[in-house]
Design a protein around this ligand. Structure first.
Ligand code: NAG
Ligand code: NAG
Ligand code: NAG
Ligand code: NAG
Ligand code: NAG
Ligand code: NAG
Ligand code: NAG
Ligand code: NAG
Length: 552
């Protein structure tokens, strides 16, 4: 098979105040020198503090509903929701430092929408985060909204709808941000999404989960948007073409229940030329996802030989219970301070599943989705920030952070029998520690096992079944930032809370123009919602990509 080097350069991050430094310069980014990007910017640049200057790029997207839509694998889905008619949606390709504007026009029949740019920190730009009910109202049918944000990070990530579990109906796509790399390669193969695919609509899956159904079985797993149909009636394998002797960069972006990370992987084509399988394996006993396609795969093809179906099955990898590897060491180092860590009631959250009256999740004693309280699409957290109203509804499940630039520590404890990929908006967090499955709650005896010195940094990590994580992030980005399980129907059913970070500074960051755009969109949404008689809110309102991907 091929050699794969894990690169780990995740989308990183931020800040923006050194814009003047980034004079357009002759690029030093070449096959033998990928660590360099442009004058003054390379793999060691602290992207949370500086970024090169870039160009403006704009996109126009139209969201529409399609009935009896034929998927790339030949299956017919009753209803799909697509951006510009594409599945997955259009890829945003840009360079580190560029500013992207996306105008989203909602032509869906009944649904609102909001688009979240997963993994982008949105430093000092909370209103661009696209989390309806938190940072904006949904864009109503017939409405449109322009998101504008600067790419302070680089790497590979994705975007998706955050309106209920809508993203599982097809509203998602990739973001490729070119930048320096920690290892050299010859050929950039581009973004390579791997996601699960369902025939049932997202609404049907959510409703079934509320009635206690176990996790849905996907109809297929798609590689780069395609696969053969497991029932043998259509579709085509994705084929990754390798040039013999060359090293290729593959920008993997997974959104499978058991794996929601992105990773840059290098493949050197130094094996016997031929056709090989690349497989996704889903050990059912670990709740890492189940599919009607028992052996989802794509073909890795050496261009020097004829196309063909691989003949060797390959080797089943060890079963890691879909836990994250915590062995990735970031190049731009960050360390928290062990002396400032303590576990208290105020930084501990416990996730539990409750089954009455319908199945929903409770996090630290309160839920953003029960039969009487849900996130209010028409009055997002930003309304409270702008009016300095601190009577936050319990249904927003807010945790406030007021102190500036301090490390904050969060002990996440789970009583669930399944693993949960927990995702944070607005920050990359340090994973100070993660227990083994079934280890029980965190105790003082676990403190010595925590790693404060440049541990793995992520925006999604797996909370183990009946176990814990300890996460840390610095309060350096004012905003209302959702923290949630990325399995769509879990977020739909309440497995989410929001950090409201430095609310008074957040208020001062919002310009009059932004405030007006926000208010106009909310007025349009509220007018639509109050007048329509067709649909009702069945869940928390927060999507979460649930049915799919993101990273490990
Ligand atoms: C979709 O397919 C179903 C079943 O074949 C059919 O009854 C229905 O009319 C189709 N709808 C549209 C809009 O074509
Ligand atoms: C979203 O759209 C679907 C398909 O049209 C519809 O069944 C559902 O009720 C809508 N949900 C909301 C909350 O608008
Ligand atoms: C993924 O699909 C796109 C669109 O069809 C194609 O241009 C690209 O080459 C494919 N990527 C790989 C690695 O095969
Ligand atoms: C990889 O996928 C192919 C095609 O479905 C299958 O025949 C093969 O057994 C799989 N190999 C492994 C190790 O899962
Ligand atoms: C902390 O985590 C990093 C990244 O995995 C690792 O390189 C380092 O050795 C760890 N330090 C300790 C003390 O475990
Ligand atoms: C969790 O709930 C308890 C009891 O209401 C409260 O004292 C504590 O501050 C909450 N923890 C967080 C992290 O909000
Ligand atoms: C503050 O928010 C609460 C909950 O939405 C609302 O009932 C109350 O009227 C608001 N207070 C003011 C002064 O607007
Ligand atoms: C639902 O949430 C509200 C607000 O937090 C709370 O008052 C109510 O008791 C909850 N109801 C149930 C059934 O959990």
């Amino acid at each position: 098979m091929m050699e794969m080097h894990s690169l780990l350069r995740r989308a990183g991050v931020v800040a923006g105040f050194l814009a003047g430094l980034g004079q357009a310069a002759p690029s030093c980014h070449a096959a033998h020198n990928r660590a360099c990007w442009s004058r003054g910017f390379d793999i060691n640049t602290n992207y949370e503090l500086s970024k090169p200057s870039g160009v403006a790029r704009s996109y126009n997207w139209v969201l529409e509903e399609f009935t009896n839509w034929t998927a790339p694998d030949g299956e017919v889905k009753d209803s799909a929701m697509l951006i510009n008619g594409l599945y997955p949606g259009p890829t945003i390709t840009a360079d580190w430092g560029d500013t992207v504007s996306v105008t989203v026009t909602n032509k869906l029949a009944f649904n609102g929408t909001s688009i979240h740019w997963h993994g982008l920190r949105q430093l000092n730009a909370n209103l661009q985060d696209g989390t309806n009910g938190i940072t904006d109202c949904p864009i109503p049918p017939g409405g449109s909204k322009t998101y504008t944000f600067t790419l302070t990070q680089y790497g590979t990530t994705w975007y998706h709808s955050h309106f209920s579990s809508q993203y599982a109906n097809g509203i998602f796509g990739a973001i490729q941000i070119n930048g320096p790399s920690s290892a050299n390669y010859d050929i950039d193969l581009g973004v390579y999404p791997i996601n699960d695919f369902y025939l049932a609509s997202a609404e049907e899956i959510v409703k079934a989960s509320q009635l206690g159904a176990s996790g849905p079985i996907s109809a297929n797993v798609l590689f780069n948007g395609t696969n053969v149909n497991p029932s043998g009636n259509g579709g085509a394998y994705s084929t990754i073409n390798l040039t013999p002797g060359k090293t290729h960069l593959l920008r993997l972006r997974q959104s499978l229940p058991g794996d929601r990370q992105r990773a840059h992987v290098l493949i050197t084509a130094d094996q016997e030329p031929g056709n090989y399988w690349m497989n996704v394996t889903m050990p059912a006993e670990n709740k890492c996802g189940v599919s009607d396609n028992p052996f989802p795969a794509a073909i890795v093809h050496y261009t020097s030989v004829a196309d063909g179906i691989p003949t060797e099955a390959g080797t089943v990898p060890p079963n890691l219970g879909c836990q994250d590897s915590l062995l990735y060491e970031p190049i731009v180092s960050q360390a928290a301070d062990p002396a400032t860590f303590e576990q208290t009631e105020d930084n501990t959250v416990v996730m539990i599943s409750v089954s009455t009256p319908t199945v929903h999740w409770v996090i630290n004693g309160s839920s953003i989705d029960n039969s009487t309280a849900r996130v209010d699409w028409g009055k997002p957290v930003i309304d409270y920030v702008l009016s300095e109203n601190t009577s936050y509804p319990a249904s927003e499940n807010l945790i406030t952070i007021d102190e500036k630039d301090v490390w904050t520590y969060w002990v996440i404890e789970s009583t669930s029998t399944g693993p949960h990929p927990m995702h944070l908006h607005g920050h990359d967090f340090l994973v100070l520690g993660t227990s083994a499955p079934n280890a029980g709650f965190f105790t003082a005896a676990n403190i010595p096992s925590l790693n404060f010195t440049n541990p793995t940094r992520r925006d999604v990590t797996m909370t183990p079944p009946k176990g814990w994580n300890v996460l840390a992030f610095k309060a350096d980005n004012p905003g209302a930032w959702l923290f949630h399980c990325h399995i769509a129907w879990h977020a739909s059913n309440g497995l989410a809370l929001s950090f409201l970070e430095r609310a008074s500074e957040l208020k001062t960051q919002i310009t009059p123009t932004q405030k007006k755009a926000y208010a106009d969109n909310c007025a349009a949404w509220n007018s639509y919602w109050d007048s329509q008689m067709v649909v009702s809110q069945i869940d928390s309102g927060l999507k979460v990509r649930g049915l799919e991907l993101e990273g490990r």
